[in-house]
Write a protein that binds this ligand. Structure first.
Ligand code: S3P
Length: 427
């Protein structure tokens, strides 16, 4: 994909549905009694992987043009899959579904693509094993493919102190906790996104949250409901950034999720001097609002500590943005970037260096000296959707063509991304 410099970006974007919430809606809808109707579902490849896995376990899922219907069969209604469950590129599918599979009476096997096969699974294998689940990796290296053995008695309830702030780990344990013999709780070093807790409660489960600990009562009776998925703030991030750094721009992003465990990027952008107005705020369990962004001059900042989990997926975009800001930006405490769809410390710093930016990778982040004139480069997306989109945005402002290799991977979370970018440059 070749991205050219734009004179301005103007218009309105309907931000696609939240990826995390879309996955959870399929999973929890499958385990609820009755038909769950999901509107504004994200039909990105990752969420389609989740649909395909639950279909393989006997759940009828209807995909219509404007909604998804999940005909749930209750907590114990899944059927043994006749084939390997293919999670594709999706860490969320793998880790959350493992929690559900750990409590089933049947055996199952999960696999994924080369990127997913390289990602760590010890983080879920350890707590699930403590709960009495039998979960093994074929290679013996705590990576995919994973084999889960069925069991006829409940899992043990545990109190787990997670060494990392990860919603995937927390959700995996909470899901397994539905099949346990008592209350299961997970304490995190910093609170991660809470979509699982919010959605389980809205389906009738009892999940309580205190400080950094979430606890679930076993054997919840889940009842189907209608879900309206808000726009994904992680997808909005690209157009927030594009609007800020492209001259004479004004972009309205519609119905963007504003869950406080996900809004760290907005806080950082304000600190950097961004002009972003929040409009039509709606305070549902999953809050959302429209965001109006205008061109702004940005200054560097420090991104560290407790805010990291609330903007973890936005760090590639923030790092690229920092190269366009005045002064130095330091990102630290973000070692988790190393185990995402690519090693995002390497993929971001390589991409920035190819554009002529002054950037130094560190063990747990990077240091960017902003304000250097940037030129288009040949950017390796490393088949990581967030890298492709972050550098496409940079291409709208830098001198010369920006060439993105493996640009197609945006289909993972934002299939219409390039169309939306084009639409803004034409209006
Ligand atoms: C996700 C949690 C985050 C995030 C991922 C989606 C989720 O991962 O990076 O894109 O839906 O729970 P970790 O929980 O591993 O930090």
């Amino acid at each position: 994909m070749i991205i050219k410099k734009q004179t301005r970006l103007r218009g309105e974007i309907d931000i696609p549905g939240d990826k995390s919430i879309s996955h959870r809606a399929i999973m929890i809808g499958s385990l609820a009694a009755g038909t769950t109707r999901i509107r504004h579902f994200l039909t990105g490849a990752d969420c389609l992987s989740t649909i395909s896995c639950f279909r393989k376990m006997g759940i009828q899922i209807e995909q219509r043009s404007d909604e998804i219907l999940v005909h749930g069969k209750g907590l114990h209604g899944l059927m043994p899959p006749k084939a390997i469950l293919d999670a594709g590129n999706s860490g969320t599918t793998t880790r959350l579904m493992s929690g559900i599979l750990a409590g089933q009476r049947f055996d199952s096997q999960i696999d994924g693509d080369a990127s997913l096969r390289a990602r760590p699974m010890k983080r879920i294998m350890e707590p699930l094993t403590q709960m009495g689940a039998e979960i093994k990796s074929v290679s013996g290296e705590a990576k995919l493919p994973l084999l889960l053995s069925g069991r006829t008695f409940p899992l043990h309830a545990i109190t787990y102190h997670s060494p990392i702030a990860s919603a995937q780990v927390k959700s995996c344990i909470l899901f397994a906790g539905m099949y346990a013999d008592g209350e299961t709780s997970v304490a995190e070093p910093v609170v991660s996104r809470n979509h699982t807790e919010v959605m389980l409660n809205s389906f009738g489960a009892k999940v309580t949250t205190q400080n950094r600990t979430a606890a679930i009562a076993p054997e919840p009776v889940l009842t189907a409901r209608d879900i309206m998925v808000p726009g994904d703030i992680s997808s909005a991030a690209y157009f927030l950034a594009a609007g800020l750094i492209t001259p004479e721009s004004e972009i309205l992003l519609k119905a963007v999720g504003m869950n406080p465990t996900r809004d760290g990027m907005l806080r950082v952008l304000r600190e950097m001097g961004a002009d972003i107005t929040v409009l039509n705020r709606n305070d549902e369990a999953e809050p959302y609002a429209d965001l109006l962004v205008r061109t702004s001059s940005l200054k560097g900042t420090v991104i560290e500590g407790d805010i990291i989990p609330s903007l973890i997926d936005e760090l590639p975009m923030l790092a690229v943005l920092a190269a366009f800001a005045e002064g130095k930006t330091i990102i630290r405490d973000a070692k988790e970037l190393r185990v995402k769809e690519s090693d995002r410390i390497i993929s971001v710093t390589n991409g920035l260096a190819a554009m002529g930016a002054d950037v130094v990778p560190t063990e747990d982040g990077m240091i960017i000296q902003g304000g250097k004139p940037l030129h288009g480069g040949i950017i390796d997306s490393c088949l990581d959707h967030r890298i492709a989109m972050s550098f496409a945005v940079a291409g709208t402002v830098c001198e010369g063509d920006q060439k993105i290799k493996g640009a197609d991977c945006v289909k993972i979370s934002y299939p219409d991304f390039y169309d939306h970018l084009n639409k803004l440059s034409e209006s």
